[in-house]
Structures are given as C-alpha cells and as structure tokens.
Write a protein that binds this ligand. Structure first.
Ligand code: FAD
Length: 373
C-alpha cells in the first residue's frame, strides 16, 4: 500500500481545491509544487503591507453561489469592483465601453446618440465578411473605439498586427449603453481580505505540502508515494513533449516602489497606444483600499514565450489545437492519473472556473459532493 491516496502535482487553485475536498473525504494527500510557494498564479507577496500580485492582477468574480460561498469560507472578500481606465494620447477613457466612454470620445449624452455614432461608423466601412481581427473589431464597434482603445493594446498583447490575427479571437465586444464602469457582469466580485494566499493556505490546511519539488525530478519516486496522481502541470511536459510543445504567450513584470501614497488613482490603467511597450500598470494597494504612505506599481509587458519563461496565455491556433488533441488521446488512456487546471488542459480558466472544474472532477473521483458540507 502506498503512503498517500493522492499525489497532487501543483499547489495552484486546482490542486488546492482538489486536496481540500479529498481531505474532507478522508483521503491522505501529498501536494508538491516546483515553485517555492503555494497558490500557483494567484500567489501574492506581502511587501510592507501591500499584497503584490506576483503573476499578474487577479480579481475574483463569479455568478456561482456555491463557488462564492466556498472561497468565502476561507476568508471574507472585500467589495472591490474592477473598473479599469484606458490611457490614450493623454486622455482617459472608462472601460468597459459604456456611456461614460462614449461621452469621453464624442461628447454624446444619450444612448440613442451613442448608438447612432457607432452605427454610422460601422456602415461607412464596407466590410461584409471580416477577414482578420481588425476587420472583425471594426464591424463590431466602429473606427474610433477600435483605433483608440483596441488596436494598439491587442497588437502588443499578441505581438502581431491586428490584420495578421484571426478574426475569431474577438467574438464579441461588449458595449453598454448605461453609465456603468463595472468591468464584470457577475453577481459576486471582490478581493480576499488579506490576499489570495489566505484562500490557498486555508484549502491546504492539514495537508502535507512540499515546495521546491519538481515531479519530473524523480517521477518514479513520486508515483510510488501514492495510489493515484492528480497532475496540474503542463500536459506536453507530462508526455516529454513527444508531439512538440504547446505554445503560450508570456508576460514580463516590472515592479517599482514609489514613495507616494497614490500613484495613479486606480488599480488598473490600460495603455492602449502601440508605442508604449507595456499594456497596463497595476497599482496593487487599490485592490485592498490600502492607506500605506508608499505604493507599489507593476508594468505588464507582453512577451514571447520560450521554455523556462512563465507560460500565461495558451495560443489556441490550429497547430497547437492539433498537438493538444494528440496529447489528450494519450491522457485518456491513463488509468491512474487525473489531469486538471489551466496547464494540463491547455486552456484559459478564470479562477472561479478552475475551482468549478475541480469541484466536478473531485466529485467524479471521490464519488461524493463535499463542497457544501
Ligand atoms: P496554476 O496557478 O498555474 O497552478 C499550477 C501549479 O502547478 C503551479 O504552481 C506550478 O508551479 C505547478 N507545477 C507545474 N508543473 C509542476 C511540476 N512538474 N512539479 C511540481 N509542480 C508543478 N482569473 C480570474 O478569475 N480573475 C483574474 O483577474 C485573473 N487574472 C489573471 C491574470 C493573468 C496575467 C493570468 C495569466 C491569469 C489570470 N487569471 C485570472 C486566471 C488564474 O490565474 C487561473 O485561473 C488560475 O491560476 C489557474 O489555477 P491552476 O491551478 O490551474 O494553475
């Protein structure tokens, strides 16, 4: 008999949620992570009372009450509402595109005027079948919003011209004809009081965790420790990249401390001009309404991904989708391994989605629903 029921590779939200539910089901788990901390990409580093979102700004939002109750059972959430602003040629615009933005762009004051302005710009385009992202965006929101608020940001994000990007990347662009700067439509939203680490620490309480521990450093040894494996690392690496690498877009973060109380007046400011190399500046203290005399900001630069860099956004183009299918066929044959999370499934998940997915997989695996109990 192995020492543990489950070896869980990865202490991110998927691994931690699964570990929590398995422990509730009376299972003995060992969680390993190759990083020197738990929490995966939600990890925050406390610097002088400010929780710095080390792997990019994270805002929790969901419509799902059981998921909201679950995360709130580890720590209460504050009432932070994400309302980013975009800076373009010295002017600020509210996001998401709403009546405030339309007033700032055109001076219009009623929904009817704003709708007419957008319709007039779309009608003048003469695009029937959008061939690329640029044409797709133009037909959805017209020229001004596209040129000022979408083009530069998107090209920086993907490292390619919008005319060279496929139209399907932008399926729809939410436009609101109300004065509402709340970025998300979800019923529940906020930041955990005390930071995200409180959540993953709570989930992993009572479970053995080994950090700085890479599953691939001694796979046979780790497999021997447990009856079953929950793997949340990259699926291509699990199969030794035999069909080639699954590609990602990466990010580079530049953190800076400023001896001022308030640097930009908002947690998130997007920089939508092409000549500014970063896409946004995050001022972390605003997520938690911090009152410290200093502040910490992070400039976020989109980056090409190569092995060794952090993998952030999967590039779900044809070639990567084909490779992923090959890996999935192998994964489907495993009888002792359960795959879950953003890296093993090679898909972008929001936090509530990855927790929801862990709920489903844990219920299937453990045979009981332990979320509410
Ligand atoms: P991860 O958090 O990546 O955890 C996987 C863990 O596995 C890692 O800690 C890794 O070190 C470990 N691991 C991998 N391989 C091995 C190995 N061989 N051995 C040991 N350990 C291993 N979601 C939101 O809801 N709101 C947001 O505002 C938001 N902002 C985001 C901003 C950015 C820039 C990004 C990239 C994502 C954002 N997300 C946001 C999504 C959120 O980060 C993910 O949903 C969540 O982190 C996924 O959790 P996970 O457990 O699947 O993966």
């Amino acid at each position: 008999m192995a020492e543990f029921d489950y070896l869980i590779v990865g202490a991110g939200l998927f691994g931690a949620t699964f570990a929590h539910l398995a422990r509730k089901a009376g299972k003995k788990c060992l969680v390993i992570d190759r990083r020197n901390h738990i929490g995966g990409n939600t990890f925050c580093e406390n610097q002088g009372g400010i929780n710095v979102h080390v792997y990019g700004a994270h805002i929790f939002h969901t419509n799902d009450k059981p998921i909201w109750d679950f995360v709130n059972s580890f720590t209460e959430f504050n009432r932070y509402t994400n309302s980013p602003v975009a800076l373009h040629e010295g002017k600020l615009y509210n996001l998401p595109f709403n009546m405030n933005t339309f007033y700032q762009l055109w001076g219009v004051t009623t929904p009817e005027q704003a709708q007419a302005k957008i319709a007039e710009q779309i009608a003048s385009l003469n695009i029937t079948e959008p061939q690329n992202l640029e044409e797709q965006a133009l037909t959805l929101v017209g020229t001004d919003i596209y040129e000022k608020l979408i083009k530069g940001y998107t090209e920086k994000q993907w490292g390619r011209k919008a005319t060279e990007l496929p139209a399907f990347i932008i399926k729809r662009l939410p436009v609101r004809f109300t004065f509402d700067n709340n970025y998300f439509n979800d019923k529940y939203q906020g930041i955990p009081i005390g930071g995200y680490n409180k959540i993953t620490e709570g989930m992993l309480e009572g479970t053995e965790v080994r950090l700085d521990t890479d599953y691939f450093s001694d796979r046979a040894y780790f497999d021997g420790l447990a009856d079953r494996v929950v793997f949340t690392g990259p699926l291509d690496e699990f199969y030794n990249f035999q069909f080639g690498e699954l590609e990602y877009r990466s990010l580079r973060f530049e953190h800076e401390t400023h001896e001022v109380e308030n640097y930009q007046g908002n947690a998130v400011v997007n920089y939508t001009e092409a000549h500014v190399p970063f896409t946004r500046i995050i001022e972390h203290k605003h997520f938690e309404f911090g009152k410290q005399p200093h502040t910490i900001i992070t400039r976020e630069y989109p980056d090409t991904w190569t092995k060794g860099k952090e993998a952030y956004y999967p590039i779900n183009d044809e070639e990567n989708t084909r490779r992923m299918k090959q890996y999935q066929e192998l994964a489907a044959q495993e009888t002792n391994v359960l795959f879950g999370g953003r890296l093993a499934e090679y898909r972008y998940y929001d936090m509530h989605q990855v927790i929801g997915s862990a709920f489903v997989k844990a219920k299937q695996e453990l045979g009981v629903d332990l979320v509410q109990s």
